[in-house]
Design a protein. Structure first.
Length: 255
């Protein structure tokens, strides 16, 4: 089965799939295997520097190592130069993942300072070129993107971003419903997902990093939104069994 077919098949069932989000120093191979065994429908690697990949960094290459039992699996890359992203996408493709994912959402200063991660939210032309470069580099795999609502509250352009990414061939979008300015603080603004008109053929996913008592509230608030799957991140660190939660699965039918 091709990666494109496998990716599309995730959305054929009545229930909505649950994904393990890419997390630095967390979503390594052992943790991915635990989450898959607990019922995660798809997992992602830690995010990997494009600059490190094109320089054959042992650490970067190790982050891409995975076993067949982890499939379906996505490799996430990030960077601030088109040339490096093209080369990194080629390297990632050679590892034969099911998806190549681009990080346009990391708020950490050392990443943003290099023009990577959420920095692209300040330069949508650069984001468009970067995404298009990766799509061009990866011929046999779906390309997806993770991003945020905007750089700050005054520059939320997620609707424009979604349409732009679809136009260059991105097949799915993860939205962390905070701005870069918020980082991981404050409440996520889920209302933007309701406002977001999902472009034809593009899948929209919402990142959940809430604490347990907020999960049902978050999921219920998404019931009126066309969200096709959920990506669990920091919440799953201490609760990997959440992937087997029948209530969550039941609720996801209605999202």
């Amino acid at each position: 089965m091709s990666s494109n077919t496998l990716f599309k098949n995730l959305f054929k069932d009545a229930t909505r799939p649950l994904f393990l989000a890419p997390m630095e120093d967390v979503s390594d191979a052992p943790f991915r295997q635990i989450c898959r065994s607990m019922g995660a429908d798809m997992v992602f690697t830690e995010f990997i520097s494009s600059e490190a990949l094109i320089r054959d960094s042992d650490i970067a290459l190790h982050k891409m190592t995975f076993s067949e039992k982890e499939r379906p699996l996505g490799i996430q890359i990030f960077g601030g130069r088109e040339e490096a992203m093209y080369g990194a996408a080629k390297v990632a493709e050679q590892s034969n993942p099911d998806v190549v994912d681009i990080n346009f959402g990391c708020p950490v200063y050392k990443v943003v300072n290099k023009g990577a991660g959420a920095a692209c939210l300040k330069d949508l032309d650069m984001m468009e070129r970067m995404a298009g470069t990766v799509v061009d580099a990866v011929n046999s795999k779906p390309v997806t993107v993770k991003t945020r609502l905007g750089w700050d509250e005054s520059t939320i352009r997620i609707q424009e971003v979604a349409l732009m990414l679809q136009s260059v061939g991105v097949q799915a979008l993860t939205v962390h419903a905070r701005t870069r300015a918020q980082k991981y603080k404050g409440d996520a603004d889920w209302s933007w997902l309701k406002k977001l008109k999902t472009p034809n053929n593009m899948k929209l996913r919402a990142q959940i990093d809430a604490v347990l008592e907020k999960i049902l509230v978050v999921i219920m608030s998404l019931m009126v939104i066309n969200v096709l799957w959920q990506v669990f991140s920091r919440y799953i660190l201490s609760n990997p069994s959440s992937f087997t939660d029948e209530l969550a699965r039941y609720l996801m039918i209605w999202v």
